[in-house]
Design a protein around this ligand. Structure first.
Ligand code: MTE
Ligand code: HPA
Ligand code: MOS
Length: 788
């Protein structure tokens, strides 16, 4: 049965609270009397031996209660999740500028920050590495390299009519969640702690705090109301700040709050991984891709964090939505002396997909054809095998491509651009098509599980707790919809509770776009159980079944009965029993009105010794067209339009899903065009404020941004057939690089353009006029008269 229109068009249940300013974030929690505030003292340099730390002046400063360092840690000074290689507080050595060394707790935030400024450290500098290729040469790897292989690559090259090689690089990306990292830790009775954290991973915070404090997890309760954005930046990296607050609360037995200021958040937290890559692509005379070889150098930063998992997803997505019969992809996770990089929407997938798009562009440019010809020729079909062994099923790659091309009249658009370019000397347009394919499931199979705890209260209202964390993506709305649909009640009856490790334990982080599927399916199961119990009682009330022993009509036949619109139906006929009456009667008859359920995605598996398996529940597909308009004189450009035909399955919440698609596209465009991280020679982030780090605003969003919903029957593992949508649309943004590239080549067909994103106006200007710049520099003091 499909959700009713009222449920489907619910939009975001948080919207009213947000626009009225009533939604609660970490900083809105009332502070207890005696609360202390923390501030972090961090390494000023990229690499060195920590000789001495001068904290006396800070200790003596007004309001300061304590300055804590690694020596004050009661348990293990270790926060590494995948690889134990990251201390909470530096001891002995520092590995990046911005690495926490000490935390000051004071009676006010201002006092804590002032005290941090009084601290100094004697650090003997050591040589630092900032380039991932250099790190790989030196053997500084986080984990051993991994390779995905399919077919016989070495034999395939000789079959190719055309072979092209090149390099490509993509930059990092600052998450810029509106709410910075922060946590509030409160001592509870009997040596317990309650931690309010702005985290995507409550259990990671709980587990790590327990490890650092040397206590069992059951003493720590982590509670999350909602996040002012995460985008992956709080999957792992909310943890250190929460654990530092916990350390303060534990040692000082007072509530401790730690919230990063924006500049500290920008310099102390990891970003999307920059990648440098080499590719070689081989095509048959008919333009089928026969061979593809790629090597990825991931800039992991100074510690593993989630880098090995991100690296894995790069490998999974290195062929994007194309069938490639012979391929070898090798990936190195390289240890450098910058902040450990982390999850960011797409999780390594975008970095892998950029490279095959670059390879296709290189081939198309050399052959004098449109990239789209090669792209279309190679799109996946049902039955094609991915390099990791999974077979493409219900593959909508071609459907979205064809729908885009006809719906948005791409042939006419192309002609219009050609006419524009022919008639404009100082402006040029470029068009790129961008097909996408994204695997849905955590690549670590064990993480694909979730639980729900659903209470039906005596008055018929419903409370739902799951592992899902709301961060703006609308998962609370979707879980509420599942519960309302599952119980046959209105959305107003359903309340989604905070995410709390004492109510729902052992949670996977809300990530991998899988939160609605995993937590929605768990909620669906809990509601199935409740509905069965309630309808069994309804059968008794209607005289259709006898009451079982103990007053509990266990297993009573409820055939033909259903709850819809808050009423019990017998077939199509409404009965006299309303939802509230049913609940009340069931309660009086001692029917259990709480259900707990667990869901683990079926069928998925992966063998990392062979690098083959079936890791994804399904794939999300789509195709976009991006148009850029370039000012040939200035090198500036606008992204004029982004048009997409996206496979949402049967969207359970089109308002939320459209928001995810539009936001993801703009975030992807930002990554490809204007967001540029700059470090100085000492490895300090210079772009640590919004004055120096440019993010897309409303003016940078495409003038025309249209997302068409291909309403297709969704796969069974998608909740209510509605496909995961959180990350995939970001991938359309990759098209922005190629659209700008096309526009540059329209102006200057000989332009030497590196496959280097972001393609900032500085880079476009150089590509447009690079030869002339070089000539001018060489010329002896050009005068006005000589200048071109
Ligand atoms: N949308 C908003 N508004 N805020 C966010 O922080 N995070 C993205 C995406 N969309 C994010 C967002 C990322 S990185 C992921 S993995 C998914 O949402 C997580 O939520 P989901 O699993 O419910 O899709
Ligand atoms: N995606 C996002 N986050 C993750 C993943 C993944 O595949 N694996 C571990 N954390
Ligand atoms: Mo998203 S990068 O999986 O949090």
């Amino acid at each position: 049965m499909k959700p009713t229109d009222a449920i489907r068009h619910a939009g975001n249940v948080d919207a009213a609270g947000h626009v009225r300013g009533e939604s609660i974030y970490l900083d809105d929690l009332p502070e207890q009397a005696g609360t202390l505030h923390g501030a972090v003292f961090a390494s000023p340099i990229a690499h060195g031996s920590l000789r001495d730390l001068h904290r006396d002046a800070a200790r003596a400063a007004p309001g300061v209660i304590a300055v804590l360092t690694a020596t004050e840690i009661p348990g293990e000074n270790q926060i590494g999740g995948i690889v134990p290689d990251e201390p909470l507080l530096a001891a002995g050595e520092v590995h990046y500028a911005g690495q926490p060394i000490a935390v000051v707790f004071a009676t006010t935030e201002a006092a804590a920050r002032a005290a941090v400024k009084l601290m100094t450290a004697d650090i003997e500098p050591r040589s630092a590495v900032f380039d991932p290729r250099e790190a790989a040469r030196l053997g500084h790897l986080i984990v051993p390299p991994r390779s995905f292989r399919i077919g016989d690559l070495d034999a395939a090259w000789s079959q190719c009519a055309h072979v092209f090689e090149g390099s490509a690089e993509t930059g990092g990306q600052e998450h810029l969640y509106i709410e910075t990292q922060g946590a509030y830790a409160i001592p509870t009775e009997a040596g317990g702690l309650r931690i309010h954290s702005s985290t995507q991973g409550p259990t990671a915070v709980q587990r790590t705090a327990a490890r650092v404090l040397g206590i069992p997890m059951h003493r720590i309760e982590v509670d999350v109301t909602r996040l002012g954005g995460g985008f992956g930046g709080k999957e792992d990296q909310a943890t250190p700040w929460a654990v530092l607050a916990a350390l303060g609360a534990w040692r000082l037995r007072r509530p401790c709050k730690l919230v990063l200021h924006r500049a500290d958040d920008m310099r102390m937290t990891g970003k999307r991984h920059p990648y440098a890559s080499d590719f070689k692509i081989g095509l048959a005379a008919d333009l089928r891709i026969l061979a593809y070889e790629v090597t990825f150098y991931q800039d992991a930063g100074a510690a593993a964090d989630l880098s090995p998992a991100v690296l894995e997803r790069t490998l999974f997505h290195h062929t994007n939505s194309y069938f490639v019969p012979n391929a070898r992809a090798t990936a190195y996770s390289c240890r450098t002396n910058v902040v450990p990089h982390t999850a960011f929407r797409g999780f390594g997938g975008p970095q892998g997909m950029f490279v095959i798009e670059a390879a296709i562009a290189r081939a198309a440019e050399a052959l004098g054809i449109e990239s789209a010809v090669i792209q279309e020729r190679n799109l996946l079909r049902d039955g094609d095998v991915f390099p990791y062994g999974q077979i493409a099923a219900r593959c909508n790659a071609r459907r979205t491509w064809e729908d885009l091309v006809s719906r948005f009249e791409i042939a006419a658009l192309r002609q219009e651009i050609e006419r524009f370019n022919a008639s404009h000397a100082t402006e040029k347009k470029g068009l790129a098509l961008m097909p996408i394919c994204f695997g849905i499931s955590f690549t670590k199979t064990f993480m694909n599980q979730a639980s729900a705890l659903v209470h039906v209260y005596q008055d018929g209202s419903v409370g739902v707790s799951t592992a899902a964390v709301e961060m703006g993506q609308g998962v609370n709305s979707k879980v509420a919809q599942v519960a309302a649909h599952g119980l046959g009640v209105g959305l107003a009856r359903v309340r989604i509770e905070s995410t709390n490790t004492a109510r729902v334990a052992n949670t996977s982080p809300s990530a991998a776009s899988a939160s609605a599927d995993l937590n929605g399916k768990a909620t669906e199961r809990a509601c199935d159980a409740l509905r069965a119990r309630l309808l069994a009682h309804a059968a008794v009330m209607l005289g259709k079944a006898a009451t079982a022993a103990g007053g509990s009509p266990a297993g009573a036949p409820a055939a033909g009965l259903a709850v819809r619109d808050e009423r019990v139906y017998d077939g199509d006929t409404p009965t006299k029993i309303a939802w509230v009456d049913l609940v009340r009667a069931a309660f009086l008859n001692r029917v259990q009105l709480t259900a707990q359920a667990h869901y683990a995605t079926p069928e998925i598996h992966f063998d990392w010794t062979t690098e083959k398996g079936h890791p994804f529940a399904y794939h999300a597909y789509g195709t976009a067209a991006i148009v850029a308009r370039l000012d040939v004189v200035r090198g500036t450009y606008v992204i004029e339009s982004a048009l997409a035909s996206h496979d949402f399955g049967r969207s359970m919440n089109p308002i939320v899903d459209r928001g995810q698609a539009e936001g993801g596209i703009v975030q992807g465009i930002g990554w490809m065009t204007m967001e540029e991280l700059m470090f100085d020679a000492e490895g300090r982030l210079r772009t640590n404020a919004l004055s120096t780090y440019k993010v897309p605003d409303i003016y940078a969003a495409p003038e025309r941004l249209e997302v068409h919903f291909l309403d297709l029957e969704g796969p069974p593992h998608a909740i209510l057939g509605s496909k995961a949508v959180g990350e995939p649309p970001l991938l359309y943004g990759i098209g922005a690089y190629f659209a700008v590239r096309r526009a540059i080549r329209a102006a200057n067909p000989k332009a030497d353009i590196a496959f280097s994103a972001p393609i900032t106006p500085e880079k476009t200007l150089r590509a447009l006029h690079g030869a002339r710049f070089a000539a001018r520099r060489a010329a002896p003091r050009p005068t006005r008269a000589h200048a071109p």
